[in-house]
Design a protein around this ligand. Sequence first.
Ligand code: DON
Length: 319
Amino acid sequence: FHDPASISTGRLPREELVAQLMQDAYDRYAGVDDGAVADYIPALAAADPALFGLSIVSVTGASHSVGDALHEFSIQSVSKAFVFALVCDALGPEAVLRQVGVNNTGLPFNSVMALELNGGSPMNPLVNAGALATTSLVPGATAQDKWTFVQTGLSAFAGRPLSLDDDVYASEAAHNRRNQAIARLLESYGRIAHDPLETTDVYTRQCSLLVSATDLAVMGATLADGGVNPVTGERVVDPSVCRYVLAALATSGLYERSGEWLFSIGLPGKSGVSGGIVTVAPGKGSLSTFSPRLDAAGNSVRGGLATRYLSGALGLNLF
Ligand code: DON
């Protein structure tokens, strides 16, 4: 990308240029139909594969959206980044580093083998094992207390009350034996801090919270803004937490494709199997995408293409 805007300026380009480049990204990739909608959670298989939305929110609170940016979908694994942030904020990053870790597994997000190969360490908070371990550390004596903490905290990131997609929750709860098994395996290694089945249930709920691409961009912009939600003005987490979360996203946010993502896009991001991706440009803002067709690693195909284009064109690449 040789557009002059591709030189990093320390802030997002002026709004008209952002609007024009987002429309360009939408037009370029709207016709791409590679990849497939996730179907291992039955309710996700019903998603309309044509949906495509892009949203940018700046640390000033300014926002711009294109396409289906207000369409709501279950947040899925994108929640892992924000629950990790809340737990780091509550317990301190050292405790989470010790109990969960921050290294890439190099294996798929739901790998059991990754746990076995690493002596029971979940390795990082962005794969299912590490997310379950992280959710088990959420403050609260009971599963209900933990769930209230998670729902309240993610809503503060989004700047509005987030509600559960009851169908997705019921569907995933009926098909989450693998996550229950991972939680039990963590228990056998002494790596889970709460009852494994209750923890899996809280985790399943957190994955079933409804968000739009615009919500994800507000959530990401809160991390870009040092923990203050730029739309509501509320401080959600400590500034230091954002640095740790963004470092973990850079290593593992796109699973075993995190290296390729950082190489071509140069920004921390987090994907989910319903098709959302949140990408954070520290100090500038967040770009989020929604498109349900996924590649083999579980990352949205059009989301990755649009993010790569916009990272270059908007001058967001950190390197
Ligand atoms: O636990 C699961 O399998 C889903 N609730 C979330 C997985 C996910 O989003 C991974 N994304 N690529």
